[in-house]
Design a protein around this ligand. Structure first.
Ligand code: ATP
Length: 238
């Protein structure tokens, strides 16, 4: 199958810091890829560069054959890329429904609407008219994922959906995410929790200091292998 997303020799700098170094990989339509790695490995920077929130200093991002490396974020949304950013970034003074509708203004044609999002995230139904600033972390995360879905993405980028949430809230968000994934979205997700990453993903990519050090099907990779890649520990010769 041809790739939905191709990342080709991508470089991203923060000033002098080379945060993403010649990263190349492809994601096929319908695939769920988990991006793991230690703090500072470059996961967020890579996701933001794919979404257009961070400028690449070299290489290309290609979505379904179209080179989008230089497109601004809002135009990438129209091509079908949606990012759920770290920290959720909702409009605090808008209600849940308004947050969803604002995102929907830039939507591609497709099945998602407010009712569809509320069906997937039942916890939001009662909160529809509540201001985002009054929601719990888990409720905000659900709204942020719903907001991304409202654009009818072909590729959903999720950055650390569990960050800062209580364990029960993480369970609730992941339970709903299961339904989202059931709708055949193509997903690239950053997740610190290895067990969760391996449970939801078809494939795991591990970054170390801006480079890919492991890229394997989730079913074929052991926790030990990922942990070693994560910390840059080389296997000892037998
Ligand atoms: N806006 C910025 N300005 C300067 N340096 C940055 C900026 N954002 C990230 N960095 C640096 O770039 C490197 C990669 O950071 P990034 O946030 O992409 O890593 P990460 O793997 O997502 O880590 P974390 O899990 O901590 O979010 C780190 O060294 C970080 O300090």
């Amino acid at each position: 199958m041809s790739a939905l997303l191709s990342v080709e020799e991508l470089d991203v700098h923060h000033g002098l810091l080379h945060a993403v170094r010649a990263v190349s990989f492809e994601v096929t339509e319908g695939e769920r890829v988990a991006l793991v790695g230690a703090n500072g490995a470059g996961k967020t920077t890579l996701l933001r560069a794919i979404a257009g929130a961070q400028r690449a200093s070299g290489g290309r991002v290609v979505l379904d054959g179209e080179v989008i490396t230089d497109l601004p974020t809002h135009q990438r949304v129209r091509t079908g890329i949606a990012l759920v950013p770290e920290g959720r970034r909702l409009f605090p003074d808008l209600t849940v429904e308004e947050n969803l509708l604002v995102a929907g203004r830039r939507r591609r044609d497709g099945p998602w609407n407010v009712d569809g999002v509320l069906e997937i995230f039942p916890m939001l139904t009662k909160l529809r008219a509540r201001r985002a600033s009054t929601l719990s972390g888990g409720e905000q995360q659900a709204t942020a994922i719903g907001r991304a879905l409202m654009t009818n993405p072909r590729l959903l980028l999720l950055d650390e959906v569990s960050l800062g949430l209580a364990p029960l809230a993480v369970d609730a968000v992941y339970e709903c995410l299961g339904s989202v994934l059931g709708h055949a979205a193509t997903v690239l997700l950053v997740e610190q929790d290895l067990a969760r990453a391996l449970a939801v993903a078809d494939r795991v990519i591990c970054l170390l200091e801006g480079r890919i050090v492991l890229d394997l099907p989730a079913a074929e990779v052991s926790r030990e292998q990922v942990t070693e890649a994560y910390f840059g520990i080389r296997g000892r010769p037998a």
